[in-house]
Design a protein around this ligand. Sequence first.
Ligand code: V47
Length: 444
Amino acid sequence: MTLAAPISGAHAAPAVVGHPALRTRRRDPALTEIARKVETGERLTAADGAVLFATPDIHEVCRLADMVRRRLHGDAVFYNINRHLNYSNICALSCKFCAFHRKKDQDGAYEHNLDDIRAEARKARESGATEMHIVGGLHPWLPFSYYTDMLRAIGEEAPQIHIKAFTAVEIVHLQRISKRGGDGYEGVLAVLRDLIAAGLGSLPGGGAEVFDDRVHDEAFKGKIRSDQWLDVHRAAHELGINSNATMLYGHIEERSERLHHMELLRLQQDHTLSAWADAQGIAKDANGAVVLTGPAANYPNERLPMPGSRGLKTGYFQTIIPLPFFPNASELEYLPGPTGLENLRTLAIARLMLDNFPHVKAFWIMQTLPMAQLELQAGADDIDGTVVWYDITKAVGEGNHQETSVGDLARAIREAGFAAVERDTVYRRVERDAQTGAWKSAGA
Ligand code: V47
């Protein structure tokens, strides 16, 4: 498909008008075998994923995803008090899907200095935030010391705050500019060690886009490819820190490419959790699959991977975050972006396919809060947090002040039928003094 072509296959809804499964409101028989697998905790194949994408019976897809999320998390939905910080939008790359990047002299280009960052950290601490989520463009001339100084400065201003920072793409960029440990895997480990020593607590899931070379070359050429993205996260896990994974969908990719993306993540997580699963006595299938979403034998909650849990010497992927493509102001603006049903379906399928990821996040900033509420009933157990400033995508007519209150988040969660649970970055429950707002993580 060329970029100029009108979109058709990528995320077009199947023709459902008059489909028997909808007319009679009966379950699509194509889902019977998939439902059996989900009920018994058997891993779904990519072919099963294709059936879930093609079926007109979206209700059954959501019911299955909801069943799995309730097995894992009961009626809890997690949120956090956080602040996103974009330190600079100046970027050496010009990805077609991205409306955030600017060149040095372009209108709207910015870079925050360390005083700005210190001030943000103080505001975060004063507002009771437990996390700062920091990402930016691939800045062509800021030195490596800028990044380690930024982490240390935040640690000085807000020592309790967890710093989740830098997508895998930024880590590879930092590896190049720091010239630490060469340009292979050892170099990734070296740069991550330096960042962890300066205060890095975990990696966010950004920059994954869709793990497919065709899509990569058409829409984000110049970015690292899937093998490098996965290697950065493997290195982070090896060094004992957790990370998340995103999937940017609803642009020029095919649904089969989304499924391939999920399969690669699932495979890497199998390797990461293998020793932990052995220590927990979690049975694996013949291919070494670690399925966390099955019935009683493989859960309850306390047997989800948590930092420090038995047999777990590494970090791991905590959360999958499907990100719906926002066309506004990007080079792919002529595309319509995914529909509501496509958002619901993609998130539910992510919950079903990624059976070894403990969490699925409906990121309210990109999904919108009303859509995120529906997704809580279709597999999501997390909604992100209070955010405050967000510059990467903006709702039509909005600036980068995109804040919601804990009250609004909790109300949205309760209205969807769940209990709102404040968490820290690694999903420990947060205990707060109602008077002072002072907080600590359960078990920390
Ligand atoms: O890496 C960029 C995506 C990501 C657009 O780890 C776009 O908890 C949609 O990774 N339309 C950054 N998406 C956001 C991100 C994230 C968000 C929330 C939580 C976490 C987490 C991670 O946003 C980028 C890119 O994949 N993005 N442009 C766009 N036009």
